[in-house]
Structure formats: structure tokens, C-alpha cells
Design a binder for this molecule. Structure first.
Ligand code: 13P
Ligand code: SF4
Length: 358
């Protein structure tokens, strides 16, 4: 590879100029670089991606990538998972390392460990199931406690997997995904308990926990928590006969009142399956809803349940993607680092999911 000398970005540079520079640099870097992107990324970033997907698809695709450098356009935990699954000698880069999923920060690793130790101390076999929206340190704790990872696309399969192996499952950090998945599996309300995680994990109500089989971390996604029944009723009034599809990070009330719920890739397929003339209302991050509205314009009408954007996903921009490619070309890039002491346990938790859902 010839060494690339970056052209300083000028303040008057238009989005088209940035896109042209990315295309030119990609041409120069060739097969050495592959760009992955999550569906919530803005179109100005998505247009440069070689692979797109929901969290599960993106994690699964890493294995087949032979490029030396993977640039991951999404939030940090996704790039971290890709780095964990990448081959020796392959590096993973994220254009903005501060693109942190807020929900993933609701479950600090030390507290997860403390809560799991408390619960296991009673002699019950307690297995943790971590939503992929967690830090690598949490995945390592989960791996050490014999647990696994899940995504919105396979939460039902993975909760079944965990229930078959334990007296109780600790689902973290998304209480909404936990409750929606429990609804799908018919786990009774009186067999569920939302954990009190205060006091560094010492405040757990052990009596209440001992009577439950699903112990839920009290986290949620602020972007999906904005959707509510009032918005759904208004949409059904204003667009009689419309279909409403939502992401399972929405509250159970919203999911129960929707016509369908599923991962970001499920929502994309659901839009494709709608008959011409349908009005489809979608409750998820706005970049994906707007892309679907544009893609299906003239065939179906796609409307947002509410314009709700993930500001962390939005931290990855085309100019930052360009800067990352420049740094790879000049040999000055800093790849996502995986702490060696966490690697094996975190990998085990992810691998259990990939094997259970092969
Ligand atoms: P998916 O796995 O459905 O793409 O969701 C990821 C996410 O962060 C949703 O908020
Ligand atoms: Fe995290 Fe919510 Fe953003 Fe998804 S939409 S990345 S769960 S903050």
C-alpha cells in the first residue's frame, strides 16, 4: 500500500466533496478496507458501506471478512463486538470512539458482577443474558458466569436457551426487551422481577428475586421510550387501516398495540412485504424510517410514529469516516482495543449466542 498524504479538510467543503474524497480514497485502499454500517446510520454514511445489518447480522458477517481493516459505522459496543470476532491481524476502527449507546452504559460491569454474585450466593443457578448493547467488560462478566449475549433478533431463542440451563435468568440491561420477550414466551407477570441495582448491587430484594425466574435489569433506550400509545392512537385515527411496526426496545404497551415488532432488519423486511398503497407507521430511530420512506416512495407510505433520533449513532459522520480512512492510509489509525484479560470471557459469551443461533 502506498502511503497516503491527507488533504486538509477545508471549511468550505460540501457533503459532495467529502463523498468524492471518500470514494477516491476507497479506490486507493481497495480490498484492504471494508466498511460496515448499522441501519441507524445517516444516508451520507450508509452510502459508503459495503455491509449493512442489524446487530446480529453485523456480528455474524465479521467471520467472512478478509479485509485487513474493518471500519465500523455504528455505536461503540458494535465495533467492540466486531473487534472481538475479528481474525488475528485484522483491525477494527470506529470513526467516533465517543459514539456510546446510552443503554449500554446503564449496566456497569462491576455492578453486574456484584448483582450476579448476590443472586448466585443463595444457591440458585442464575444465568445472565446480556443484550448485545453492553460493554465488552459486561460481556466478559456474563461469559464468566456461564451466560450469553442476545440481540433484538434472537432474544426469544436466547432466553429459551438460558431458561433451559438455569433456575433464573438475569436479563440486562433492557427491561423492555426483557418484558417483550417474556410476553412472547408466556412467562407470567408474577414470575418476573425488576432488580433494584442501587448501592453497588447490594439493594437487590432477595425475597422477591427468589420467587422469580426472570430477573430484569432496569435499563431502557431513551430513543425508543419516547414512543407511546397516544401517538399510536393518533396515527390510527389520521390514517385509517395503517399498519404500525415497532422495535422491541419500545415499552410492552406499545409493542402489544402494534401490528408487528422486531429488529431493524425485521422492520426493513416488513416494509418490503407491505401491499402497494399501504400506510406503514414505524416506531424506531428516524434515519432508518426516513430511508424506508424514500426507498418505498410511490409504492407504500412510510411514516415515523415520532421523529426520534439516536444522537450517539449520529456522532459518526461522513467527514469522520473520511478522517478514519485517511488515518488508515497514512498508517496512523488507532484501532478499537480489546483488553487481553477480558477477551476470552467476552468471546465465550458472544460465541454461545452465535452457536445457539447458527
Ligand atoms: P438491532 O439489533 O435491531 O439493529 O438494534 C440495535 C439497536 O441499538 C436498537 O436501538
Ligand atoms: Fe443505544 Fe438506543 Fe441508540 Fe440503539 S437507539 S444505539 S439502544 S441509545
Amino acid at each position: 500500500m502506498t502511503l497516503h498524504r491527507p488533504t486538509p479538510a477545508s471549511s468550505g467543503e460540501t457533503p459532495q466533496d467529502v463523498a468524492r474524497r471518500i470514494d477516491a480514497l476507497r479506490g486507493q485502499l481497495g480490498d484492504d478496507v471494508l466498511v460496515m454500517g448499522h441501519h441507524y446510520q445517516h444516508d451520507s454514511v450508509i452510502r459508503h458501506t459495503d455491509l449493512r445489518g442489524d446487530s446480529l447480522e453485523l456480528a455474524r458477517k465479521v467471520d467472512a471478512i478478509s479485509a485487513k481493516h474493518i471500519v465500523f459505522c455504528g455505536v461503540y459496543f458494535m465495533a467492540e463486538s466486531a473487534a472481538l470476532l475479528a481474525r488475528d491481524g485484522q483491525s477494527v476502527h470506529i470513526p467516533e470512539s465517543d459514539a456510546n449507546c446510552v443503554m449500554s452504559q446503564m449496566a456497569p460491569a462491576q455492578r453486574v458482577d456484584a448483582v450476579l454474585r448476590n443472586l448466585s450466593g443463595t444457591g440458585r443457578n442464575v444465568i445472565p443474558l446480556a443484550y448485545v448493547n453492553t460493554s465488552l467488560a459486561v460481556k466478559a462478566v456474563v461469559g464468566r458466569h456461564g451466560g450469553a449475549v442476545c440481540t433484538s433478533a434472537n432474544a426469544k431463542t436466547m432466553l429459551t436457551w438460558a431458561r433451559e440451563r438455569a433456575d433464573a435468568v438475569v436479563f440486562l440491561p433492557d427491561k423492555n426487551l426483557a418484558r417483550n420477550t417474556a410476553d412472547l414466551l408466556g412467562i407470567a407477570e408474577d414470575r418476573r422481577h425488576i432488580l433494584d441495582i442501587r448501592d453497588g448491587g447490594a439493594a437487590v430484594d432477595m425475597d422477591a428475586a427468589s420467587g422469580a425466574e426472570l430477573l430484569m435489569w432496569p435499563g431502557c433506550c431513551a430513543i425508543h421510550a419516547r414512543f407511546n400509545l397516544r401517538q399510536m392512537e393518533r396515527m390510527r385515527d389520521e390514517h385509517p387501516g395503517c399498519r404500525i411496526a415497532v422495535h422491541p426496545e419500545c415499552s410492552p404497551e406499545v409493542v402489544r398495540a402494534a401490528d408487528a415488532a422486531g429488529s431493524t432488519s425485521f422492520l426493513i423486511r416488513y416494509a418490503e412485504e407491505q401491499k402497494p398503497g399501504t400506510t406503514l407507521v414505524i416506531g424506531t430511530e428516524i434515519n432508518l424510517v426516513e430511508r424506508l420512506a424514500a426507498q418505498h416512495a410511490g409504492r407504500i407510505t412510510v411514516l415515523p410514529l415520532l421523529e426520534s433520533g439516536c444522537s450517539h449513532m449520529a456522532r459518526v459522520t461522513a467527514p469522520k469516516l473520511l478522517a478514519t480512512l485517511e488515518s488508515i492510509a497514512s498508517g496512523t489509525a488507532s484501532p478499537v482495543a480489546i483488553p487481553l484479560d477480558l477477551q476470552d470471557d467476552a468471546h465465550a459469551a458472544l460465541q454461545r449466542m452465535l452457536e445457539a443461533c447458527a
